[in-house]
Design a protein. Structure first.
Length: 180
């Protein structure tokens, strides 16, 4: 019987910092543990200074000319970097697209309820995709469907902007609106 292997998902790796002897560039720009700039010096000289302070030489900006290295405790440096990454990830605004479906024969009470839902989504900062589904012989009355969808959108009280005009798709019409 054959053994099945799981496909491994690719995760982008965090940047790996070169430390101490792994820094092979001959001339580097050095910053000490207090943030004071020591200037350009040879790699061996910078490593010697780091050893005197019982710290590590960490390459923080490898693409700079010359590369920037910092004299610091590598473990603490990694911890502070992971903490910064978590904070920046938490501050990212996550906006999703919420959907509302209407029909040609949707009653006025249901329309008012869906209007409140759309306003709630917009006030929370989400985009709203409003779909008007057409079934059977309703597809013959596309002008009425556009009119109904336009009236529903115009009744929304919260300020919004339409991403595009009303679009036709096989099952009816849709439009995406987003908060201003």
């Amino acid at each position: 019987m054959r053994r099945r292997y799981k496909k491994r998902s690719f995760k982008p790796q965090k940047p790996r910092y070169r430390v101490n002897e792994y820094i092979r560039i001959p001339v580097v720009f050095v910053i000490d543990e207090n943030g004071k700039q020591l200037g350009e010096m040879s790699n061996t000289e910078a490593l010697k200074i780091a050893r005197e302070h019982e710290l590590d030489l960490v390459e923080v900006a490898p693409n700079a000319k010359p590369p920037v290295c910092k004299i610091t405790n590598y473990g603490k440096f990694q911890y502070s970097q992971s903490k910064q990454d978590r904070l920046s990830k938490a501050k990212q605004k996550k906006t999703g697209t919420k959907g509302i479906r209407l029909g040609m024969r949707t009653d006025s009470h249901d329309l008012s309820f869906k209007k409140k839902q759309a306003e709630k989504f917009l006030s929370k900062g989400h985009k709203v995709k409003v779909e008007l589904r057409l079934r059977g012989r309703e597809k013959a009355h596309q002008d009425l469907a556009r009119k109904n969808l336009r009236e529903f959108i115009e009744n929304i009280d919260i300020p919004y902007k339409m991403e595009d005009n009303i679009k036709r798709f096989p099952g009816g019409f849709n439009v995406i609106i987003s908060p201003e």
